[in-house]
Design a protein around this ligand. Sequence first.
Ligand code: ADE
Length: 227
Amino acid sequence: MKIDILSLFPDIFSSVFEESIIKRAKELGKVEIRIVNFRDYSKDPHHKVDDTPYGGGQGMVLCCQPIFDCVNAIKTTESKVILLTPDGAVYKQSLAYDLSREKHLIIICGHYEGFDERIRTLVDLEVSIGDYILTGGEFASMVLVDSIVRLLPGVIKEESHLQESFHNNLLDYPVYTKPRVYEGLEVPEVLVNGDHKKIDEYRERMSVERTKKRRPDLWSEERYDEL
Ligand code: ADE
């Protein structure tokens, strides 16, 4: 997979993709990540990328030209163009799965003061990472990249995805490691007796209970029955 992140602040990304699983995915050739400064595409003599809003108002608005030219220069028939904005669709694990099947993602980092509305015509998808306002799309793009790259085949063990939170809309079950008793806190008996059928049942029950209690919005009896 190829990922192009369009940002005015490329230095923010200097080390985030150079650690841990993303680093390994790059080394394995599973993903190529490029940070593109769309200021480089500005035709303004001073490389300006924003201007005052028509109709008046606070702040500066990102202009169409640098972003249109940048996207059009790197886009191919295989590209999916994503705009990060707080008024986009709220990001979910199911979308991370869908995006992990794409060949080329172009992620446009918006700007806290806003962008020209016509930029929306360039994109396939508008995404928000949650109901709060960031200074720009940079941190949101890191969230997308991290959640997508770990799903690429061969990056982490496929079994790990089957067990983690949000798989089948269930939260994860609790896990424990040694020692068996820590400052009076005990590991549940069922996990240490070696009966794998009972362990599976316990884990499933805990996932269901936890989801119902903590995230009733995710829980669906009908969907669970279908699994
Ligand atoms: N830009 C500013 N806030 C954002 C958010 N919550 N999600 C995505 N992009 C953003």
